[in-house]
Each structure stands twice: as structure tokens, then as C-alpha cells.
Design a protein around this ligand. Structure first.
Ligand code: 2AM
Length: 182
């Protein structure tokens, strides 16, 4: 199974992010229903490791938190943009959650890319080098402010590749610790 671990976004937040689409030739915008914040991309994992992984993820004890968007950007750089994203304001509880998830993945001997965690939500991917500058997109949304949204769980997703694109299906959800306010 091809797997990744991510934070699902509330539908109203996805709807707001859909409004950021602008006309960039060659950009493939992520379907709104699939917008997510990746914590770890695992790639193909065998069934035995999936069981181990699921029980490891269940052991994670991390507090819930609120996320705030912060501007937009691209990977790897402005001259050769391949991924357009919206950023996340630094949130220590998010970094801690990603670190815990990654150490469970590591403990299950699942090989992942060990790039530092750089929280973002991919809005669009660009396959071919484009001539058109994307700076209008960056300039337009650099000071983007959207309402904060609560994160109360993280999700293990399967990603099935099809000629029409990837199909993401939740395989398990893992709650974060939330304070009960009386
Ligand atoms: P990103 O868009 O947040 O960068 C599910 O495929 C998710 O896993 C993608 O949305 C992508 O997150 C992340 N990912 C990281 N490396 C990947 C890879 N080599 N192939 C596919 N997805 C990858």
C-alpha cells in the first residue's frame, strides 16, 4: 500500500484555499477535496509494517492545536517553481507531532525521505518548467490572512495512483489530546 500521514482540513478551509487559484499555464491545481497538510510520506509499505505502524501511531500522545496560514511560496525556487503552496505559521505542537510521527515511522523500519519538516499545503504542481513568472501569485497572497482552524486528529491515508490522478482514502484516524472545557 502507498501511504502518507497527514492533517485533514475542514471543508470550509478547503473552500477558502480553492479561492486562491489563479490562471497559471501548466499548473495542476490539487482537487479541493484532497487538500491536506502532509506530516510524512511513506510510499509503498507492506501489510505487516502497516499493522506495526498503526499500533505505533496509536501510542502517540500529542496535544491538539490551532493552525494559522502564513503566506504562499513555491518549491524549489521562484525561477523553477514546481510546487505552489500556502504556508503555516510556526506552531511548536505541529512540529512536535510531525517529529513523533516520523519517529514511529522510523521505528517501523519504513524508509522515508529525511528532509526537514517544512509545513505547507500544496495548492498546485507544475510539471514542465514554465516561462510565465509566478510572482503575481506570490505577491498577491504574501500577506494572506485566513482564520485559524483547529486540529484534533491526524490521519493515515492510502494513495492509489490512477491515470486520472491519485485517490486518497483514510485508513485510520488518530486523536490528539484535547482539553475538556467545562
Ligand atoms: P505535499 O504535497 O504536502 O508536499 C501524498 O502523496 C502527499 O505526500 C503529497 O501531497 C506530498 O505532500 C507528499 N509527498 C512527499 N513526497 C512524495 C513523493 N515522492 N511522491 C508523492 N507524494 C509525496
Amino acid at each position: 500500500m502507498r501511504l502518507f500521514i497527514a492533517i485533514e482540513l475542514p471543508d470550509d478551509v478547503k473552500g477558502l484555499l480553492a479561492l486562491l487559484r489563479v490562471d497559471i499555464t501548466g499548473a495542476r491545481w490539487v482537487p479541493v477535496s484532497q487538500l491536506h497538510l502532509t506530516l510524512s510520506f511513506l510510499g509503498d509499505v507492506d501489510d505487516a509494517s502497516v499493522k506495526l505502524l498503526t499500533s505505533g501511531l496509536k501510542q502517540i500522545r500529542a496535544p491538539g492545536f490551532d493552525l494559522v496560514f502564513a503566506g504562499v511560496g513555491c518549491f524549489p525556487n521562484l525561477r523553477n517553481p514546481r510546487v505552489l503552496w500556502v504556508g503555516i505559521r510556526p506552531e511548536p505542537f505541529l512540529s512536535d507531532l510531525a517529529a513523533q510521527v516520523r519517529s514511529v515511522v522510523f521505528a517501523c523500519n519504513i524508509a522515508t525521505e529525511d528532509r526537514p519538516f517544512s509545513p505547507h499545503i500544496t495548492l498546485a504542481r507544475i510539471r514542465q518548467p514554465i516561462r510565465q513568472p509566478i510572482s503575481p501569485f506570490i505577491d498577491l497572497y504574501q500577506k494572506l490572512e485566513l482564520p485559524a482552524f483547529p486540529v484534533r486528529e491526524f490521519i493515515l491515508f492510502t494513495s492509489r495512483l490512477t491515470p486520472q490522478g491519485a485517490i486518497h482514502t483514510p485508513l485510520g484516524s488518530f486523536p490528539l489530546i484535547c482539553k475538556i472545557i467545562q
